[in-house]
Ligand binder design. Sequence first.
Ligand code: FEO
Length: 400
Amino acid sequence: MAVRTISPDVYSIGAIDWNLRLFDALIGTPEGTSYNAFVVKGTEKTALIDTVDPAFEEPLLKNLMRIGISSLDYIVINHAEQDHAGSLPLLLDMFPGAKVVADEKCRDLLGRLLDVPEDRVTVVKDGDTIDLGGKTLEFIIAPWVHWPETMMTYLKEDGILFSCDLFGSHLATSELFVRDFTKVERMAKRYFAEIMMPFRSSVLAAMQKVAEREVRIIAPSHGPFYDDPSLILDVYAEWTSDTVKNLVLLPYVSMHGSTAKMVSYLTDALIERGIEVQPYDLSKSDLGDIAMTTLDAATIVIATPTVLFGPHPVALNAAYILSALKPKTKFISVIGSFGWGGKTVQTLVDTLSHLSAEVIDPVYIRGYPTGEDLAALNALADTIVKKHEGLLTRSEEGSG
Ligand code: FEO
């Protein structure tokens, strides 16, 4: 873990986790991640902003020593999740004079999750500042840019926004600042889809607060930093918008080939009609890739056989996660095959009900798909074309 200087007396001292492949036992991290922590030295006082995952607390302490920190006045905690606050109990032992700076909800969570004593925490409200001596920290309360207690910290003199999870990417890289955004954008998009997408309106509210300040550097809690903030702000503007693309996401699972045949047929039918389609075999695909595609897809069609009177569990799991991620998808449907009965379609439609998407008539057939079944898939493709054309017309009217 190297110490890097972001600007005079502002240091990045966090950890790069090159080998992490699963975050929260849920989110794939094929390119690792980082837990970014920062030191800001004023002429009078010194603040640590965020800590690191407890697995990296020893290197964090060594980095503090490397830059000559023998005492801390403040430990700002933007977010109580353990990947950022998990080393706080050790730091409070090591620096008994340090005050934790957090918003009220964060103070409560720190007590619940990490047993941090309430009397060690100074509670701040939106817009409150702390003067370190020539370095002023302003606290921007930004709830639900992951958890309800999240906040950002803005270093006024240097124009640095320590943005917490917002604008992050699970990407282990030796680059301090983003230089090749094409490489970083994919990981930032994946991160947005998996972590921020359920909170789009909160992200927009936080972005409004960012726009009200002169931000020259964005330093999120995961991944590299932006000394050209427009790179990440521009793509966030697109991702948080209500627009979708002429794209169908087609996650599927098949046991004996009937559902796979339907997926293949529908895929070709959509392509022939000029619609972009992205099928994913759920038994082999990465959930992060699927989440990313939901960010753009106007329609999701889930394909599954019936197993034990309901959807294949892999398809049900995907539907549950898609529902929780709340993509802006406008239409959903179900295709697949059953042997003798069950409630597959209703179970999936119910699971996806959080999406507020219009349900297009499913094509759920018995056995292997033949003439009439394939005709029904053609009809489904035709319906999707019409629905997407309607969307396009509405967006043109809206922009006119
Ligand atoms: Fe990176 Fe919500 O913690």
